[in-house]
Design a protein around this ligand. Structure first.
Ligand SMILES: Nc1ncnc2c1ncn2[C@@H]1O[C@H](COP(=O)(O)OP(=O)(O)O)[C@@H](O)[C@H]1O
Ligand SMILES: [Mg+2]
Length: 253
């Protein structure tokens, strides 16, 4: 078992709870498991708590109650740096430091308090990864402000992969991409799953993407899990009215 969520709740900060129209919880009483080696999709309309759920997985945020286990052990029992090395996070909008792609890659390793491998060896490793992600090798020496959003998103993925995570958390990674870049990104994701056997948890509100990626799904609405199971089953035979509405696009505006 990769992750176990045991009655996990996360409240909104007190100041936003004052208005009676705002619900108190961002996430409420989450109870589910995430298996290893099966892609896990977190589905749901915007504002349903997907990003918060993902950020709980490597302690970018912590629950107010309940417990999360990673490989059978409480998340809080791990050293945070070790945890974030093993569980990499790719944000919705890629953030790069000024300077070259190479300097961004170096920084990602240094931040882990790890020594950089010798220069040439490290550059070769970076290039190999770029090739794997279907990015041109010379990208390594590009200034990051020359990259398109789609290229940045794949470079951000490469930067996370360099740290050799066991799990990657992807938060709507294609939301800023056009159709072609989205398709390429999804191809890359499937390649990582098939060839690197990487565990992934991906947030999406796109039904089309969910169908392409498959795996297991959790449908989150209003901070609660309304349905879970294999994505294909959820799509073909939704068990709740609210899941049907989500699939039909009635919950997003
Ligand atoms: N730090 C926070 N303070 C107050 N409200 C928050 C905070 N983080 C998230 N929320 C609220 O919780 C809900 C879920 O947010 P989020 O996890 O970003 O949802 P999603 O990724 O599904 O769009 C939203 O209503 C959002 O405004
Ligand atoms: Mg989000």
């Amino acid at each position: 078992m990769l992750f176990q969520f045991r009655h996990v709740s996360k409240k909104k900060p007190v100041e936003t709870q004052k208005s009676s129209t705002v619900r108190e919880y961002i996430l409420h009483d989450l109870l589910f498991n995430i298996n290893a080696h099966v892609p896990q999709l977190i589905l749901g309309p915007s504002g349903s708590g997907k990003t918060t759920l993902l950020r709980l997985c490597n302690r970018l945020t912590d629950p107010d109650s309940g417990e999360i286990l990673f490989r059978g052990q409480a998340l809080t029992a791990y050293d945070v740096i070790e945890l974030r090395t093993r569980i990499g996070y790719v944000a919705q909008v890629p953030v790069m430091l000024d300077g070259s792609v190479l300097s961004n890659f170096k920084y990602a390793i240094q931040k882990l308090n790890k020594n950089l491998p010798n220069g040439e060896e490290f550059e070769e490793e970076c290039k190999e990864l770029l090739r794997f992600l279907n990015l041109p090798e010379p990208f390594l020496y590009y200034e990051t402000d020359r990259l398109s959003v789609g290229e940045k998103q794949r470079v951000a993925l490469a930067r996370t992969l360099l740290r050799k995570p066991e799990v990657i958390l992807l938060d709507e990674p294609t939301s800023a991409l056009d159709r072609t870049s989205t398709f390429r990104f999804l191809e890359t994701i499937n390649k990582l799953r098939d060839e690197m056997n990487l565990n992934m948890i991906m947030v999406t509100h796109s039904i089309d993407q969910a169908k392409i990626l498959g795996g297991n799904g959790i449908v989150l609405v209003g901070g609660s899990v309304v349905e879970q199971g294999p994505v294909a089953e959820i799509m073909n035979n939704p068990q709740t009215e609210i899941t049907k509405q989500f699939i039909e696009g009635m919950l997003d505006n």
